[in-house]
Ligand binder design. Structure first.
Ligand SMILES: Nc1ncnc2c1ncn2[C@@H]1O[C@H](COP(=O)(O)OP(=O)(O)O)[C@@H](O)[C@H]1O
Ligand SMILES: [Mg+2]
Length: 226
């Protein structure tokens, strides 16, 4: 069984789809079998994939129904190493289902007050769904559009650490390359973007959120270097 990684934040424009694009394309480039389930009615990921994407194959499935999304993601996990579930940027049942079934939840957060507020709320939602499911659903915050020395970044980080939220060590920098991705189909797997994606993937693997070479049954012949 592959892992299910859900990208969630009640905030629209927090970086969920950008993170999904960068992580999915870099996982595929490393030899992982990757499926993305787009559960956002806007279908940002699917339309980018179908109209622009130029890299190695990523299976894409569109499913916005909150009941069917659970079956679809579960089925895809049987034939992929990792299933990424991109969700909509408002509180909705489909995102709750995708959080409820996830092996790991990634909550992207940009350096502004609204984004931090919605990150805290989404973290509370994950905790609440953990209680409802009577199992721990692990999660981390991913800082996106982040400037290393920005004032807003410092204030945002203070709020997140005050609330003791787990944060991925590698952030997605504020780079025009990320902003360009919604138009461009070539996702960098080298340079700054590739390095940041690789660090995030390595950290997720160290947390058990995605499989590493040793835990993948077909790993000998697909060149995965995790
Ligand atoms: N690291 C980044 N650097 C620059 N722009 C970014 C970055 N991450 C996201 N963006 C831009 O921010 C906007 C919202 O990102 P998106 O991934 O669509 O958020 P969501 O899926 O959460 O609604 C998009 O225009 C995207 O290009
Ligand atoms: Mg989106």
């Amino acid at each position: 069984m592959g892992s299910i990684l859900t990208l969630a934040s009640a905030k629209g424009g927090a970086g969920k789809t950008t993170t999904t694009i960068v992580v999915a394309a870099n996982l595929v480039a490393k030899g992982y079998r990757v499926c993305v389930v787009d559960s956002d009615r806007n279908q940002s990921f699917v339309s980018w994939h179908d109209n622009a994407y130029e890299g190695a194959p990523i299976t894409t499935v569109s499913e916005v129904d909150h009941i069917r999304v659970v079956d679809i993601a579960g089925e895809q996990a049987e034939s992929h190493d990792i299933v990424l579930v991109d969700t909509a940027g408002f509180e909705n049942l489909t995102a709750a289902s995708a959080i409820g079934m996830a092996d790991f939840v990634l909550i992207p957060c940009m350096p502004d007050r609204g984004s931090v507020r919605e990150t805290l709320r989404t973290a509370q939602q994950v905790a609440s769904l953990s209680k409802a499911a009577r199992r721990a659903i692990p999660y981390s915050v991913l800082l996106t559009r982040w400037k290393a020395k920005g004032l807003a970044e410092r204030a945002a980080l203070d709020s997140l650490t005050d609330a003791s939220l787990p944060i991925i060590g590698q952030s997605l920098s504020d780079l025009s390359e990320y902003a360009k991705l919604s138009f461009s189909g070539a996702v960098p797997v080298t340079g700054k973007v590739g390095e940041q994606a690789s660090s995030i993937i390595a950290e997720l693997a160290s947390k058990g959120a995605i499989p590493t070479k040793g835990t993948m049954s077909h790993s000998e012949d697909n060149g995965v270097a995790a």
